[in-house]
Design a binder for this molecule. Structure first.
Ligand SMILES: NC(=O)c1ccc[n+]([C@@H]2O[C@H](COP(=O)([O-])OP(=O)(O)OC[C@H]3O[C@@H](n4cnc5c(N)ncnc54)[C@H](OP(=O)(O)O)[C@@H]3O)[C@@H](O)[C@H]2O)c1
Length: 246
């Protein structure tokens, strides 16, 4: 399968890195910055001079431009066989209007796709081949189009929130006397193991299992409550949603 990216920004790069070696070809365009050529060189793909050529050569076109560039990119592409839209806060119907003769799928991936550990929310009706392709990038969840904004506020933005938590805990470990690199390693590996555990146990169970009554974790959780950690995460999700909905 040949995958063509219209737009070679952050999300195209993350997906292309994850797809490297799993597809027959990766094609890229940009709007003049040269990012397509840089990305193509990195993942052994090919930068093309026009979006029209992407539509002609790719089995799947990934629309990886900002939402405001939809109309221009659609006019430049013409008819593509399959269009996978990454456009944030842009419904499936709106993209379908721009590509009336293409099969259109809406996709919201998060940055984990770069290491094939992403979460990918999908709406539309991807065929078996496309489903398999998306599956190489991580955990695929089919979702009604109407729930994409809320899902994005959780899975699209959360890598940044979790990264902040990792950074803050590691910094606190360094302040307590650990080597900086070691502190980060300890927290990152703990995060990986905790994620595995959370697949089979409820978050409240994990909290209870670690925090024995009167113990040090309980003291830490009480401090987090006092400092409003839960409210802060709630506010973050709400703020992301508000920004998305303009
Ligand atoms: N970043 C994320 O975590 C994330 C997650 C999920 C979904 N998304 C969605 O993915 C889309 C891209 O986001 P991003 O963060 O990757 O944006 P970005 O870094 O700003 O990249 C946008 C790319 O589109 C290119 N472009 C603009 N008009 C074009 C045209 N007519 N033909 C070809 N290329 C064109 C730009 O070219 P130049 O390089 O020449 O400027 C740039 O390479 C957005 O709709 C966003 O909502 C992003």
């Amino acid at each position: 399968m040949i995958v063509g990216f219209v737009g070679s920004g952050s999300m195209a790069a993350a997906m292309a890195r994850g797809l490297r070696g799993a597809v027959d070809g990766l094609l890229f365009t940009d709007s003049g910055s040269g990012r397509a050529a840089t990305l193509a060189a990195e993942v052994e793909g090919e930068a093309l001079a026009s979006n029209r050529e992407v539509a002609e050569r790719a089995d799947v076109v990934v629309l990886a431009v900002k939402p405001a560039a939809l109309a221009v990119a659609a006019a430049e592409l013409g008819d593509a066989k399959v269009v996978v839209s990454l456009l944030g806060a842009t419904s499936l119907d709106v993209v379908r209007e721009s590509f009336p003769r293409s099969e259109v799928v809406r996709l919201m991936p998060n940055v984990g796709v770069e290491v094939r550990g992403g979460v990918l929310c999908v709406a539309g009706d991807p065929d078996a081949r496309l489903r398999e392709l998306l599956g190489t990038l991580g955990h695929v969840v089919e979702l009604p189009d109407s729930q994409f904004d809320a899902a994005t506020a959780v899975m699209g933005c959360a890598p940044a929130y979790l990264a902040l938590a990792v950074e803050a805990i590691a910094d606190a470990g360094a302040a307590a006397g650990l080597d900086e690199e070691l502190a980060r390693e300890l927290v990152v590996e703990t995060t990986g193991g905790t994620a595995e555990l959370l697949r089979v146990r409820h978050p409240a169970d994990v909290r209870k299992a670690v925090a024995s009554p009167g113990g040090s974790t309980e003291a830490g959780l009480e401090a987090l409550d006092r400092e409003g950690a839960r409210d802060a995460f709630e506010a973050a999700v709400r703020a992301s949603l508000e920004r998305m909905r303009g």
